[in-house]
Write a protein that binds this ligand. Structure first.
Ligand SMILES: [Zn+2]
Length: 393
């Protein structure tokens, strides 16, 4: 059966329409989860799919789903989140939601067999900016613990990259292989506060110097262990924080991200060793405690292979890549075979009104999602979904 083409004009019109709900004067979007604008956006998604003749429903959490009236499980789920950060862009989340709506409508209208087992989702509260959101990924986490997850046999998410890598490399599409793990540490250094004029360098126990030497070493440590890893020192606090006092104590907050637990382990070990070496050289003591650890999300190799094949078929400028930002797909990948597709972000901007992707790439990405749905549905249909060899096993 021929593979239908998405309706590019409808896709772009819908993106513009949703982008106006909660938009401020400068084009920044305020659709924080649970806000009036967020609820209006969800109502519009629901209504748009009902008008297209599809069945829609919402779960207790606020996730909005749609599928064909005569549809039967197991379903391949496609979508993203409908909420934004305060002052966000028109593509983060919204692109994946509207592309999913476009793919289902196109397959439904063409009466393509893949439409029968396809469901779309607009997840609730991915961003996690309100006190009650507990760090975000609320809708996908709720679904991962909901009985409905038993009837979901795969998840595909299309998203903007939100960084500069693809544009720099001249890519149109990426098959995302997984999402980096993130570890955060609190480093606490103890020295001896003293007079900053009368105490010679050699006789100091300068906690501030340990903090800054350690911070300066982070980049080389990350790059030495794994070139694709990244790290950040986001906070340094010195005590007593005065120009004429040698700091007696220091606190440093460190975050590292990498695509494998092995790399994260290697970086953590090097950070601990380096901290002890520097502290000893500076006559100080130091400890490093882990404050949070998000595991690496490894996507399903069969799905990533299928998505990559589609991307390469659609564009000569397609490659695999790792996601450095978190997504609902990381939660979904703990329960069902999952993969993602990225399109570039112009200038690498996201969580901003500068967020943009050329229309041709938005259309290309959506067509790639449709073809990935067809490819993945074929994989699912050729397997006995109830057997231990099923995708859900
Ligand atoms: Zn997002």
């Amino acid at each position: 059966m021929t593979i239908p083409s998405i309706n590019a004009e409808r896709l772009l019109t819908d993106l513009t329409y949703l982008g106006q709900i909660g938009a401020g004067a400068d084009g920044s979007i305020y659709r924080v989860a649970g806000s009036t604008a967020d609820l209006a956006g969800r109502d519009w998604i629901d209504k748009t799919m009902r008008v297209a003749g599809l069945h829609t429903y919402r779960d207790e959490t606020g996730n909005v789903f749609s599928r064909r009236q005569d549809s039967e499980g197991p379903w391949l789920l496609i979508g993203s989140h409908a909420d934004t950060v305060p002052g966000g862009g028109y593509l983060d989340g919204a692109y994946g939601v509207i592309a999913a709506m476009e793919v289902l409508r196109t397959l439904h209208e063409a009466d393509h067999p893949a439409a029968a087992h396809l469901e779309t989702v607009a997840f609730w509260d991915e961003e996690g900016v309100t006190p009650q959101s507990n760090g975000g990924l609320v809708g996908s986490t709720a679904l991962s613990n909901h009985p409905h997850i038993q009837d979901v046999h795969g998840y595909l998410e299309l998203h903007v990259e939100q960084g500069p890598r693809m544009e720099r490399a001249g890519l149109d599409l990426s098959a995302v292989t997984g999402i980096v793990g993130v570890r955060r540490f609190l480093v606490q250094v103890r020295g001896q506060e003293n007079h900053a004029g009368t105490t010679p360098f050699a006789l100091r126990a300068d906690a501030g110097r340990v903090a800054t030497r350690f911070s300066a070493a982070l980049r080389d440590i990350c790059q030495g262990v794994d070139e694709a890893s990244i790290g950040n020192i986001g906070s340094i606090a010195l005590e007593p924080d005065a120009p004429n006092v040698v700091p007696g104590a220091a606190k440093v907050q460190v975050e590292v991200r990498a695509g494998s637990e092995k790399s994260l382990d290697g970086i953590e070990e090097m950070l601990r060793e380096t901290l002890q070496t520097i502290a000893a050289e500076e006559q100080c003591t130091a400890q490093m405690q882990t404050t949070s650890a998000k595991p690496v999300a490894d996507f399903d190799t069969r799905l990533v292979d299928a998505v990559e094949e589609v991307c390469l078929h659609r564009s000569s400028k397609a490659e695999r890549m790792l996601s450095y930002a978190g997504h609902d797909a990381s939660v979904m990948s703990t329960r069902v075979p999952t993969a993602m597709i990225f399109v570039p972000s112009t200038g690498g901007y996201s969580h901003s009104n500068l967020e943009h992707t050329p229309d041709e790439q938005l259309v290309l990405g959506t067509q790639a999602l449709l073809e990935s749905v067809v490819a993945v549905s074929n994989i699912m249909l050729t397997q006995d979904v109830d057997s231990e060899h099923s995708l859900a096993a």
